[in-house]
Design a binder for this molecule. Structure first.
Ligand SMILES: *Cc1c(COP(=O)(O)O)cnc(C)c1O
Length: 428
């Protein structure tokens, strides 16, 4: 592969953008080397500035579930753009996408659109606090809910009750209201509830964790969270920014049959434009301004371009009866194929998969939470990543990310990928 132009573009970028990127993982810090600069993308493929074609397993971190430059979305955006890109006034298309989203997702009456998953989660927690009159929240180590202050808390010393900020700039005052539990460990949640009786506004969770690799909920974890929330008058918030409109029409709620009180969306819901949303029953949503006292706003929220892209995407997903089965079948095929060649090459590994989310861990034990995800062999992952890249396959440049399968992938692409894993495995 030719790396020259990519390096030149990156050094130019580094002069004017911190680290050369507008979002940190893109900088390849986890794997070393210089990031890819994308020129264009179509279907399952990325074309970089060096002229390479890459099979894309990240798909903009999820949104491009039907492939890049998906025609109905592109056409919808182009048509809307000709009529003006933002008014800061109500438009009919906002109601249309809201009606469709509410019809697809269980247990919600109303939805509000924002500009990112971060905003969705931040606003959902503010709403939970405003509605309940309580201040503390429980989150899980290794779950990501965007970069707002309350969420930038990870595992400090495992035993500590109060989180410690893991980013400078997050105050101790904010950190003390975020309590950390362990994913898939219901006892860790019970202990926090007992130690903070009557003070917890909500538990926020990725119903399938996707930001420490893909980690499914185990042993009825979601139902147990629901039961604890009901018993202690705590709101359950599902952050479905990754899983929403990906695992099923109704997301993880539909897949697992467990309903949350507040839902957060992003990624797929915007069809590749900057969109997030949060939703709940009217009783909760009507606490938001202008009806209620909880303030939340956005100059570009619900803008026509974003809504056109999101509406076209949701319409396609809603009308395609086998889409989620097709995606899951492709992902299972990839899973079996990669598992077989890694086994043949005697590479220690664990593969996790739910629907169209999958992750490969270079670890012999089950990966069920942040600690087990962090125990994978990162040196092997780095070699694997660069080997796959050289073979023309783009996976996430971090061992802590899930791969996102797109329907644009065909079985030849999957075979090509499995074959590439086989070749790369011989070098590990
Ligand atoms: C990506 C993601 C977010 C943040 O969304 P942004 O649009 O990047 O702000 C929040 N929660 C989860 C589960 C995510 O995967």
């Amino acid at each position: 592969m030719l790396y020259q132009r990519r390096s030149a573009l990156f050094s130019e970028a580094e002069k004017v953008i911190p680290g050369g990127v507008n979002s940190p993982v893109r900088a390849f810090k986890g794997v070393g080397g210089t990031p890819i600069f994308v020129k264009e993308a179509k279907g399952a493929y990325l074309y970089d500035e060096d002229g390479n074609r890459l099979i894309d397993y990240i798909n903009s971190w999820g949104p491009m579930i039907l492939g890049h430059a998906y025609k109905p979305v592109v056409d919808a955006v182009v048509e809307k753009a000709k009529k003006g890109t933002s008014f800061g006034m109500p438009t009919e298309i906002e109601t249309k996408i809201a009606q469709l989203a509410v019809s697809m997702v269980p247990n919600i009456d109303k939805i509000r659109f924002v500009n990112s998953g971060t905003e969705a989660c931040m606003s959902a927690v503010r709403l939970a606090r405003g509605y309940s009159g309580k201040e503390k929240i429980i989150k899980f180590a290794g779950c990501y809910h965007g970069h707002s202050d309350s969420f930038l808390i990870q595992a400090g010393s495992g035993a500590s009750t109060f989180g410690t900020p893991n980013s400078p700039g997050v105050t101790q005052g904010t950190a003390k209201d975020t309590l950390l539990a362990q994913y898939n460990d219901i006892e860790s949640v019970k202990n926090l509830i007992d130690a903070n009786k009557g003070e917890i506004a909500c538990i926020i969770v990725e119903p399938v964790a996707g930001n420490m690799g893909c980690i499914p909920p185990q042993n009825n974890f979601l139902q147990k969270l629901r039961d604890l929330c009901d018993a202690h008058d705590i709101l359950l918030v599902f952050d479905e920014v990754m899983t929403g409109f990906r695992l099923a029409k109704g997301g993880a709620q539909e897949l697992y049959g467990v309903y949350a009180d507040i839902l957060c969306f992003g990624k797929v819901i915007g069809g590749g434009l900057p969109v997030g949303a949060f939703a709940a029953k009217s009783e909760i949503m009507d606490h938001l301004a202008p009806v209620g006292p909880v303030y939340q706003a956005g100059t570009l929220s619900g803008n026509p371009l974003a809504m056109a892209a999101g509406l076209a995407m949701l319409t396609s997903l809603n009308s395609d009866v086998d889409i989620f089965k097709r995606l899951a079948d492709k992902t299972e095929y990839l899973h079996q194929g990669i598992h077989k060649v890694l086994l043949d090459n005697k590479i220690v590994h664990t593969i996790n998969r739910v629907g169209s989310m999958i992750s490969v861990h270079f670890h012999s034990d089950p990966v069920t939470d942040f600690d087990s995800a962090a125990n994978g062999n990162n040196e092997t992952f780095k070699k694997f990543f660069h080997g796959m890249l050289d073979a023309g396959v783009y996976i996430a440049p971090s061992a802590f990310e899930t791969w996102f399968i797109t329907d644009a992938l065909n079985y030849e692409d999957l075979d090509f990928t499995i074959n590439a894993v086989n070749q790369v495995a011989k070098t590990l």
